[in-house]
Design a protein around this ligand. Sequence first.
Ligand SMILES: C[S@@+](CC[C@H](N)C(=O)[O-])C[C@H]1O[C@@H](n2cnc3c(N)ncnc32)[C@H](O)[C@@H]1O
Length: 342
Amino acid sequence: MRVMATRALDDGDDRDVGLRAESKNAMKKRLKRQRRRDAALMKRAEAKRRKADVAASTKAAFHDAVNAMSSEARDAFFVERGARIEARRRETAARKERRRAQLSSAYGLVIDCDEDLTTTMERERWGSLMKQLRAAYERNCKTTAPFKMSFTRMSEAFEEQMGRMNAGWENWHVVRSGKTLRETAAESETTAKSLVYLTADSERELREIEAGKTYVIGGFIDRNRHKGLTLRKARELGVEHARLPIGEFLETRGAPVLTVNQTADVLTSFLERGDWGEAIEAVVPARKVVKIATNRSNEADAKIKDAERARDEDEDEDEDEDASPTADDDDDAPTSTDGAPR
Ligand SMILES: C[S@@+](CC[C@H](N)C(=O)[O-])C[C@H]1O[C@@H](n2cnc3c(N)ncnc32)[C@H](O)[C@@H]1O
């Protein structure tokens, strides 16, 4: 229904130069949008004013405190403050350098967030997966041996939830190629040859992490209900695949299937230390370990015994898959003691 029409006249000429019409509903919506915008502007201005008030009173309190000091105390205070500011400046510079190194690393790590995986897993687990992505990213930010990390193209729904779960993730130092893994693998033979899909089901064991290669982790939580899924995908795409060499260092309860961030953590620890045994022992949750493989040292054996003791104490505790996804938040812990899916 037309409820409003404006007729514009041009220099007294009654020729129509524009006829704009707006339905009642459209007008209501427009006014509502306007009111919302005005309210948001007012809220922002108020927050800014409050922030300025707090800053002014903090500054005044600082000056009062400094003025109340003896001259020796004041000198000591400023020396200590200068050192603190300098340490912070150095830390910021080091962080920037680490970030820069992240994007120029010769070692590639891609998390496969393709829709085929995220729609196969239960949607209720998306949140946990997103926490794992964040944990993997944060680990990569902290190391001195970072990977050039990337995420493949996500579905709209997944990306929308990612924005809510990991606010600001668009600014992470990761590459977002805008392509699915399938599209990337199909780009050229050279690209396909540079990819190594990591999967616990591969018959090949990863021996080295090579510069120029990109290691793929399946962005997937399935509590082992889809065994062999990423292996099939790797074969379908015609890319290399490999499992972590866990069995060589640890005897585990059931199949050693790790979470996304644990897998990334093992890779990063290996880049840092150059030793698979150490990298694996540092990451694989103690409750999964039965015993250390015989080729490991006594020292490592003692470490595992400690871990076993801790595990026995924790055994009765439930796994909380929404807890922070550290090595012990093994929300893929898929197996009972006999290795069967729970
Ligand atoms: C929870 S697992 C998903 C298991 C799933 N059934 C599959 O087919 O990959 C998440 C990802 O971590 C990586 N991953 C876990 N354990 C691994 C292992 N032992 N060796 C290599 N990669 C592993 C794989 O990339 C895997 O896709």
